[in-house]
Write a protein that binds this ligand. Structure first.
Ligand code: AMP
Length: 286
């Protein structure tokens, strides 16, 4: 097992990228906030198939957390993360030094419209501004050929595709399927906040989601299907439902009623034992 090198400055990152480019090697980039689990590692495995070299960044990005969210308490485990990345053959881990991402004079903001509106933005109004900013900066610093993002954060993936296309960044964005535990729960760094009871409740979300998707694919009305799923979540012990929505798989335009006539996505965000969970799956016409 070869240990990945750890770099903490833009210059060291660029130097390594230039060296690889000099050998004609291609580079894949996987941005993360650390506290890595098998979902993150599946992105690295995909990255290894797509490029000669894989860079993973670990940065808990303050600008995507709203006041009162879990920025301070977000799990941080650099040593364990690096060991996990070594086990899957990551070449380089980029851990920007605290304070080096947003310097004192920082005054540039990025707002993505269209796909970044509604859904998450209705509940976390500044979230995608923070994501767009940090992803732009990380992509500028790493200058990869491709970057990999999980479908777990489906609206985020769509937002980054829009951003990269709109700003003419010469980087191919690749979506990776959602990694789940043996009960179907989408893996998340925040799952470690759950006790046993919370974990049991959390694992109901994907069952409710898939059964709703099956009903919708079978011709059920979207309003009826999503209302039934909301009720099922409450019955399963969820306290707040942020949304159970059906949206066009590409434009993310929300369909409030009617039946499924083209590839759509069912997206859910709800709170379970104080932890906000999101999940999504495809809903296709029968
Ligand atoms: P995060 O560290 O939560 O910011 O996630 C970093 C990347 O990993 C993002 O592209 C996420 O969409 C992706 N990711 C997180 N959890 C999963 C999962 N369960 N399956 C696939 N990708 C994931």
């Amino acid at each position: 097992m070869i240990e990945p090198s750890i770099v903490r400055t833009q210059n060291a990152l660029r130097g390594q990228v230039w060296e690889w480019r000099g050998y004609g090697e291609t580079i894949a980039f996987v941005p993360t906030m650390g506290a890595l689990h098998a979902g993150h590692l599946s992105l690295v495995n995909l990255a290894k198939k797509k490029a000669d070299r894989v860079i993973v960044s670990i940065f808990v990005n303050p600008t995507q957390f709203a006041p009162g969210e879990d920025f301070e308490n977000y799990p941080r485990a650099e040593k364990e993360d690096v060991a996990k990345l070594a086990s899957v053959g990551c070449d380089l881990v980029y851990v920007p030094r605290k304070g080096s991402m947003y310097r004192a004079h920082h005054a540039t903001h990025i707002k993505v419209g269209g796909v970044a509106e509604n859904l998450e933005t209705d509940h976390r109004p500044t979230f995608f501004d923070g994501v767009a900013l940090v992803v732009t900066k990380l992509l500028n610093r790493a200058a990869p050929d491709i970057a990999i993002f999980g479908e777990k954060d489906y609206q985020q993936l769509a937002t980054i595709r829009r951003l990269v296309d709109d700003l003419d960044m010469p980087i191919k964005i690749i979506g990776a399927p959602i990694a789940r535990d043996e009960y179907g729960l989408a893996l998340s760094s925040r799952n470690q906040y759950f006790d046993e009871d919370g974990l049991f409740k959390a694992r109901q979300m994907n069952k409710i989601m898939y059964s709703c998707a099956a009903r919708l694919s079978g011709g059920a009305d979207i309003a009826n299907g999503t209302t039934a799923a909301e009720k099922a979540l409450i019955d399963a012990g969820y306290s707040d439902i942020d949304y159970v929505s059906v949206a066009c798989a590409e434009s993310l335009e929300i369909a409030k009623s009617g039946t499924i006539e083209k590839p759509m996505r069912l997206l859910i965000a709800a709170h379970c034992e104080g932890v906000r969970l999101i999940d999504n799956c495809a809903v296709n016409p029968a």
